[in-house]
Design a protein around this ligand. Structure first.
Ligand SMILES: [Zn+2]
Length: 128
């Protein structure tokens, strides 16, 4: 799993909070909190996310080739990413299962805002 940066793993974990059961959600929240404070908790985060098939599948989707490209092109994965030029009319959606948040790009180059409910980067509709 070293293919992924801790940042990508934390992003995926944030996007998946709503699909975790109460127990794991609380553990995840504290792991993410520690990560925000500078601790390196991504291995524990991964461990929580890979415990059952549903979350493992979703994690694969979020960290799949498309997912990684998405995080990167949107500039969320840090310095290595080249910002993507968004096109007017392109539709961005929240990657969280069941979330209906959508954003339509108005101007070329505009960056879609994160989902107001999940605080997770929106992804192009084709990638969700
Ligand atoms: Zn959302």
């Amino acid at each position: 799993m070293t293919l992924y940066t801790p940042e990508q793993i934390y992003n995926a974990a944030r996007a998946m909070l709503s699909m975790l059961d109460e127990d794991r959600r609380q553990q995840m929240r504290s792991l993410l909190q520690e990560a925000d404070n500078g601790a390196d908790t991504h291995m524990q985060v991964l461990d929580l996310l890979t415990r059952d098939d549903a979350t493992l599948e979703q994690l694969r989707r979020l960290l799949g080739i498309k997912g990684i490209d998405t995080f990167r092109t949107l500039g969320y994965a840090g310095a290595a990413g080249e910002p993507m030029i968004t096109k007017p009319g392109a539709v961005y959606v929240c990657p969280v299962e069941g979330c209906t948040e959508r954003y339509v790009i108005g101007e070329a180059g505009e960056t879609p805002p994160p989902c107001p409910k999940h605080h997770t980067p929106l992804v192009p509709e084709w990638a969700s």
